[in-house]
Design a protein around this ligand. Structure first.
Ligand code: DPP
Ligand code: ZN
Length: 874
């Protein structure tokens, strides 16, 4: 396979102004008729051949302006269709046969649980019909869907239904019209036996919109939260961005087999059932919040993605970065804002940093790819969102909003680039954002080394920041970035933020300083007392920041920083210092000793309490093994696990009564609601229980079992079951697991949770459990959620067992990748990730991991898997 390059972009030779489609959903012989109204692109030369993408299509007929073509007038290949000579304006009619029943890749039209559905982003439409499958071809669509009335009573597509009727042989049809020009990646079709829940929304201009969520009948009771989230998101986008919905109907459909989370098809969002269905008994708080944010995310795409779309797939972050930023702000408004930021930044620093440091590192706007399906990454989505957040902070919200208005107004109905977006921000703010643009083209996590010195005699504080971005594949030279560093100076006497006077300018007590050079010094004057600097508040830039804090400094910030995010971060840094010592002790076979300063800092947290319980729960949570690993030069999974367990147990032993009191103070029998206060209390209570279970405290065990038996809500039940399953006592784990597995055998989303919590147990039998569960009737290699819940959770979250010294887990992962390479290349490619990180481990493991990558490489590979494996072994 050959790469596609950004610099090769050219507009399409022909545009499609209108697309008429007709689907006959006949088992074993689905037919698709397409009438494309085409015209030459004004910027392209006359006489070009017409080239259409098409894969796995069986062409039945082809005609131009009603004239069937002779065999020598066109040619077919594995990837498409070329018509050698065409007029300037014409209608192309084709008919193809496709096989949705055999489609296990879940791209294009496929069957999930007997229901027809589609996934066209990024390049799935070419598996439906011959078409210029690129986002800069935008057409209005009219779609007729024909199907068996009994088996497929519901037939949906984009836009509004305009006609329906009965046909011979028990069939019926529905015709849908979408008046908004759109690229074909936003096309959707659904046919199945579905039931709907309906609601309404009145837009800010007074238009009535019907809202429908379509699900299988047994899931009708699980749609309430998604619907409520949708209405909140619609309102929020009106109030915050002035964006109104533009059709009379908005539909969401839940499907069980789906490669991603959800898809923003115009008027007809298709969702992974895991991203839409909730019920207090089956979904955790985390799942409720995830549904809320994904429903909002897809809805927000209606403007940031659909009305204004991407010129080409290199611009993917144009819609994804902006839309993730929008959904993050929405969730922050709906929940605890500091916790949302802590969760996002913590995940980012673990997973995106790892991606940016590995062999698949790429810029927010890549300049080449083999398979665009491999670029739905944390860098495009989450780093893209961080870059938009920096822009917003640089220009200020009001100006950012004006820039957003300008962007939507100027580019409505167009397919545009990241420059178009940033230039709107530059225009409304008057700022020169040319250096800022490097954030889009340079891969790698920038590192900032900071040093500070207080000059008593002159009451000055000197802060020096030095930035460097490490070399990433294909990018040896890095230029300095424009990095906004939000900061404060916290007085060590007063515990307050001191006023910041920088080069004669009074910045108040919290300021953003701009690092643009490789090294820059900032001199703050009139600093009345010795301060501890609080840097990168709110994670103001996606960088790794180092400052030589002492443990006393960190304990001080943990207690006094006015920025909630940095208070949490100080606690994490403090824990990291202790963990580093313990990891070294473990490696050197020296007795581990707990640093009393950590214990005292935790005691202080427990005594002080917090108004925001969710924040306190985060502060009491130690850095994850994955995050700790990111901070080590060489990853020693066993030492990390031992050190973290030691810290947790030491805290639990010393603060046992405090944790018990915290648990008692936060339990409740209130009916479940996914509300911030309840969620915060549950988190806090469950964190306390984790500590008690870390030492297998007898009373803690009783409480855990009681919480499991009480069966009050899934958050509590799952947490209790996880603690029992991850304990050293199989007599606690086994009966609970069995009871839970039998009770929920009928519910695939709950069974996925049951898979995950077993295969993440630290005990040495985890790999055997994975193998055993792969034969469970609730597991299928064809279902991406099952793969993620069982194989993905094991490989990504069970670090001690995935990195077994005998390499057996690597072998299992490679076996699964090899099988999935045939069934579902997109999911297969994503699953390889943990093996691509081999450079981070000792030589023996490196050899084993590379050996498995080479074994994969020896297969006949899909472009998806090929690209990832080649990069990993380069
Ligand atoms: N565009 C989708 C989303 O991120 C992914 N297919 O919302
Ligand atoms: Zn998206």
């Amino acid at each position: 396979p050959k790469p596609t390059f950004l610099h090769d972009y050219r507009p399409p030779a022909y545009r499609v102004t209108h697309t008429e489609l007709s689907f006959d959903l006949e088992p074993g012989a689905t037919r698709v008729k397409a009438s494309l109204h085409l015209e030459r692109h004004p910027q392209r030369e006359a006489g070009s051949p017409l080239m259409l993408d098409g894969e796995q299509l069986e062409l039945k007929s082809i005609a131009i302006d009603g004239q069937p073509l002779d065999d020598d007038e066109y040619s077919l290949s594995e990837t498409g269709l070329t018509v050698h000579r065409v007029p300037e304006r014409f209608r192309l009619d084709t008919e193809v046969e496709i096989a949705p029943e055999e489609n296990t890749a879940l791209e294009g039209l496929y069957l999930s649980n007997g229901m027809y559905c589609t996934q066209c982003e990024a390049e799935g439409f070419r598996r439906i019909t011959f078409y210029p499958d690129r986002p800069d071809v935008m057409a209005t669509f009219s779609t007729t869907v024909i199907g068996d009335q009994a088996r497929l009573p519901v037939l949906l597509s984009n836009g509004n239904p305009v006609e329906r009727g009965e046909l011979p042989n028990g069939k019926h049809f529905v015709t849908w019209e979408d008046p908004h020009p759109k690229p074909c990646y936003l096309f959707a079709l659904v046919g199945g036996d579905l039931k709907k829940v309906e609601d309404r929304f009145t837009t800010m201009s007074g238009r009535e919109v019907a809202l429908q969520i379509w699900v299988e009948e047994e899931n009708l009771g699980k749609t309430g939260h998604a619907m409520a989230s949708l209405k909140r998101a619609m309102k929020w986008d009106e109030e915050t961005y002035g964006r109104e919905y533009d059709l009379d109907l908005f539909m969401i459909v839940a499907v069980n087999d789906f490669n991603m989370g959800a898809m923003e098809n115009k008027g007809l969002n298709i969702f992974n059932s895991a991203a839409v269905l909730t019920h207090p008994k089956t979904a955790t708080d985390v799942a409720f919040q995830r549904v809320e944010s994904i429903v909002a995310h897809e809805y927000f795409h209606n403007w940031s993605g659909n009305r204004v779309t991407c010129r080409d797939w290199f611009q993917l972050s144009l819609k994804e970065g902006f839309t993730v930023f929008r959904d993050q702000c929405f969730s922050a408004d709906a929940n605890s804002a500091p916790v949302k930021r802590i969760e996002d930044a913590s995940f980012f620093r673990t997973a995106q940093f790892a991606e940016d440091a590995g062999p698949t590192a790429h810029p927010v706007r890549p300049d080449h790819y083999i398979e665009i399906g491999n670029f739905y990454t944390l860098t495009i989505y989450e780093k893209g969102a961080e870059v938009v957040r920096m822009l917003c902070n640089l220009v200020g919200w009001e100006t950012f909003r004006r820039g957003s208005d300008l962007y939507f107004e100027r580019f409505d109905g167009q397919a545009v680039t990241i420059e178009d977006f940033v230039s709107c921000m530059a225009e409304v703010s008057g700022l020169d954002l040319s250096q800022f643009m490097r954030w889009y083209s340079q891969a790698g996590t920038p590192e900032i080394d900071a040093y500070g010195e207080y000059d008593y005699a002159n009451a000055e504080y000197h802060l020096t920041l030095r930035q460097r971005t490490p070399v990433t594949p294909g990018q040896a030279d890095k230029q300095p970035l424009h990095i906004p560093v939000r900061m404060g100076l916290v007085g060590t006497k007063s515990g307050r933020d001191l006023s910041l006077n920088l080069e004669g300018e009074d910045l108040g007590t919290a300021a953003v300083i701009h690092l643009r050079e490789a090294e820059q010094s900032f001199v703050f004057t009139d600093v009345s007392e010795a301060p501890v600097p609080s840097l990168l508040r709110g994670f103001s830039a996606p960088v790794q920041l180092r400052f030589p804090y002492s443990r006393e400094d960190l304990a001080f910030l943990l207690a006094n920083d006015s920025d909630g995010f940095n208070r949490w971060d100080a606690g994490q840094r403090l824990a990291m210092l202790a963990l580093d010592d313990l990891i070294a002790a473990h490696r050197n076979g020296v007795e581990k000793v707990m640093d009393p300063r950590i214990v005292e800092a935790f005691r202080a947290l427990l005594e002080r309490g917090s108004d925001d319980k969710a924040v306190l729960a985060e502060m009491l949570t130690l850095p994850s093994e994955a995050y700790i690993a990111e901070q080590q030069p060489l990853v020693d999974v066993d030492a990390i696990h031992a050190a973290r367990t030691f810290v947790k147990q030491s805290l639990a032993v010393t603060l046992r009564d405090e944790f018990m009191a915290l648990f008692e103070a936060n339990r409740s029998d209130e009916p479940y609601a996914p509300e911030p206060e309840q969620i915060g209390a549950r988190s806090l209570k469950n964190v306390a229980l984790s500590y008690l279970m870390a030492i297998e405290d007898e009373q803690g065990i009783e409480l855990t079992q009681a919480q499991f038996d009480a069966d009050h809500n899934m958050t509590d039940v799952r947490h209790a079951l996880t603690l029992l399953t991850h304990s050293s006592r199989d007599e606690l784990a086994d009966p609970a697991l069995r009871a839970f597995g039998e009770k929920w055998a009928h519910d695939p989303l709950v069974m996925d949770q049951w898979f995950s919590l077993q295969v993440t147990r630290p005990q040495a039998d985890a790999l055997d459990r994975v193998k055993f569960l792969m034969a469970h009737p609730a597991f299928s290699m064809k279902n991406p959620n099952n793969i993620r819940a069982l194989i993905g959770a094991f490989a990504n979250q069970n670090r001690v067992n995935f990195h077994r010294a005998d390499g057996e887990s690597y072998r299992l992962l490679a076996d699964v990748v090899i099988e999935l390479n045939r069934l579902n290349p997109e999911v297969a490619a994503r699953l390889i990730t943990p093996l691509t990180r081999w450079q981070r481990f000792d030589e023996a493991r490196q050899g084993l991991m590379k050996g498995e990558l080479e074994r994969i490489r020896a297969e006949r590979l899909s472009p998806n898997v090929y690209e990832v494996v080649e990069k990993a072994l380069a």
